[in-house]
Design a protein around this ligand. Structure first.
Ligand SMILES: *[C@@H]1O[C@H](CO)[C@@H](O)[C@H](O)[C@H]1NC(C)=O
Ligand SMILES: *[C@@H]1O[C@H](CO)[C@@H](O)[C@H](O)[C@H]1NC(C)=O
Ligand SMILES: *[C@@H]1O[C@H](CO)[C@@H](O)[C@H](O)[C@H]1NC(C)=O
Length: 415
C-alpha cells in the first residue's frame, strides 16, 4: 500500500541507519595476538574475537568467564591495534548510567516495542544460560517483572523480529558452552505474554539474520549445525498477527555470504543484511560439556540488500568489520511523517548509515567498547544494555559480562 509513493518520498528524505559497533573490540585483539606472543586472553567468553586473522584454527582459548586465568593468560599488554580494527575517531557523547538489568548477559536478544525493551535469554556465564525475559520501560526507566521463556526455546544465537505486537523467535543454541542448536521456533504475544509454537526451521541454525518482509518471516544465513560452517540458506514463511499462514517454510534466494551475527533490517521495503562473520567457536570433540574451543573466524563489513528485483545487491561496506550486531541497531524516525532519519545502531563506535547516499559515518562513541549489546531508542534517547565490555580505554580485550543500561540523547548530524 502506497509503496510507490513511499519510495519516491524516500529519496527526498534523509534516511539514516545507525549501527553501534560492538564487536570491534574483540577482533582487534586477536589480530595482534596473532603476531604478539601469548595470544589468548582476550576472550573470556567464547565470543567474537578472532576476526580476519586467519589465525590457526586449533588454538583453544576459552575459559569460564569468571575464572581467574585471565591475567595469567594475558599476553596483550602493549599491543598495537591493526588498522582494520582500530578505534575510529568520533564525537564524544554524554552517556548517562541507568538501572542495571536484573541479570548480566552475553549473547542475549532484545526487541523494542514502543516504550518497552524485551530482553531475552543469553549467557550469564559460559556455564549458565538464562531462560527468561526481562522488560525495561523507557518511559519510567525501570525494569519490570520478568517472565519465563518456553523450556524448549534456544538460549542464545536466536533469530528474532517483531511486527509491533508479536515477537517471532527462530532457532538458536540450546544450552550453555557450545552446545547444539534447536530448530524450534516460537511466537510471543507481548500483550498477553502467551507463547505459541511455529513450524520448526528446515534445519537448525546459529544466529541467522531474521526479518519480516512483505508479509513473510525471512531467515537467512547463520552458522550450520556444527556452529562454525557458514550457511547460505534463506527460508521464509507467511505470517500475520502472530499466526503462521503456510504449512511449511519456503526456500528463497540464498544469501551471497553466510555466517551468523549480522544486523538485518527492512527500511522502505528493502531488506538489508549488514556485517557478520564466518566461523565461530565450536564444541571441543568428545567434551561431555560441549566445551567451547576457538576456531578461525573472519569478521566482515559487507552490506547486502534485496529489493523488488529479488537479487542481492552489494552496498558500501561498514567503516570497519563488525559482528554480533543482530540486536545492536535501531531505526529512528521511521514514520512517514517525520521520516528524517532511519538509523541503525551497532563496537565502541556508533555508526550511521545514510540510506539515500549510502554513506557510513561514525556519529559517536560508547562509554566503553562492548560486544553483543542490546539497543533501543525512545524519545530521542539511544539506550544500550548488556553484552561483554572491554578492560578499559587502552585495552580493547573483552572482560566483564554486564547488565548495565546506559543512554545518551541523540541528535544526529544528517549531512
Ligand atoms: C590462512 O592462511 C593459510 C596459510 O598461510 C592460507 O593458505 C589461507 O589461504 C589463509 N586463509 C585466509 C582466509 O586468508
Ligand atoms: C511504562 O511506564 C509508564 C510511566 O510510568 C507507564 O505509564 C506505562 O504504563 C508503563 N508501560 C508498561 C507497559 O507497563
Ligand atoms: C527525529 O525527527 C524529529 C522530528 O523531525 C526531530 O526533532 C528529531 O531530532 C529527530 N531525531 C533524531 C535522533 O535526529
Amino acid at each position: 500500500m502506497g509503496r510507490g509513493k513511499q519510495q519516491q518520498r524516500k529519496w527526498r528524505r534523509k534516511v539514516v541507519l545507525i549501527c553501534i559497533g560492538l564487536l570491534g573490540v574483540a577482533l582487534i585483539a586477536d589480530l595482534l595476538w596473532a603476531s604478539s606472543s601469548s595470544s589468548t586472553s582476550l576472550l573470556l567468553f567464547p565470543y567474537k574475537s578472532s576476526f580476519n586473522t586467519n589465525y590457526s584454527a586449533t588454538k583453544e582459548v576459552i575459559s569460564n568467564h569468571n575464572n581467574n586465568n585471565k591475567d595469567k593468560k594475558d599476553g596483550v599488554h602493549g599491543r598495537i591495534l591493526s588498522k582494520t580494527f582500530a578505534d575510529l575517531a568520533g564525537p564524544q557523547l554524554q552517556w548517562q548510567k541507568m538501572a542495571d538489568s536484573p541479570v548480566p548477559r552475553l549473547d542475549g536478544a532484545a526487541i523494542q516495542i514502543n516504550d518497552q525493551l524485551f530482553v531475552f535469554a543469553g549467557y550469564g556465564t559460559i556455564d549458565l544460560v538464562h531462560s527468561h525475559v526481562d522488560v525495561y520501560n523507557f518511559s519510567s526507566n525501570t525494569w519490570g517483572p520478568s517472565f519465563d521463556m518456553p523450556k524448549q526455546m534456544a538460549h542464545s544465537h536466536l533469530g528474532m523480529v517483531t511486527d509491533g505486537r508479536f515477537i517471532y523467535i527462530v532457532t538458536g543454541q540450546y544450552g550453555p558452552q557450545c552446545r547444539g542448536p534447536t530448530a524450534r521456533t516460537f511466537v510471543l504475544d507481548t500483550l498477553t505474554k502467551k507463547w505459541q509454537d511455529m513450524p520448526p526451521l528446515p534445519l537448525p541454525r546459529y544466529a541467522p539474520a531474521t526479518q519480516l518482509w512483505r508479509g513473510r518471516l525471512h531467515v537467512m544465513g547463520g552458522s550450520k549445525e556444527d556452529r562454525y560452517t557458514p550457511a547460505l540458506d534463506h527460508w521464509s514463511i507467511a505470517v500475520k498477527d502472530g499466526t503462521v499462514l503456510d504449512k511449511e517454510w519456503r526456500t528463497e534466494i540464498p544469501i551471497p555470504r553466510g555466517g551468523p551475527h549480522r544486523s538485518c533490517i527492512v527500511v522502505d521495503d528493502r531488506l538489508y543484511v549488514i556485517g557478520g562473520q564466518e566461523g565461530d567457536f565450536m564444541a571441543k570433540p568428545n567434551s561431555p560439556i560441549f566445551k567451547c574451543s576457538r576456531r578461525n573466524e573472519v569478521v566482515y563489513s559487507d552490506v547486502y540488500m534485496l529489493d523488488d528485483e529479488m537479487k542481492w545487491k552489494v552496498l558500501p561496506p561498514m567503516p570497519k568489520p563488525d559482528s554480533h550486531i543482530e540486536f545492536a541497531w535501531v531505526v529512528v524516525n521511521n514514520s512517514i511523517k517525520h521520516p528524517d532519519t532511519k538509523k541503525m545502531i551497532l563496537v565502541g563506535e556508533v555508526f550511521q548509515f545514510q540510506l539515500d547516499t549510502l554513506k557510513w559515518a561514525v556519529v559517536g562513541k560508547l562509554p566503553y567498547r562492548v560486544k553483543t549489546t542490546l539497543v533501543g531508542f525512545w524519545d530521542g534517547w539511544l539506550y544500550f544494555t548488556s553484552g561483554q565490555r572491554d578492560r578499559g580505554p587502552d585495552d580493547p580485550t573483552p572482560k566483564k559480562v554486564i547488565g548495565e543500561m546506559w543512554r545518551t540523547k541523540l541528535s544526529l548530524p544528517l549531512s
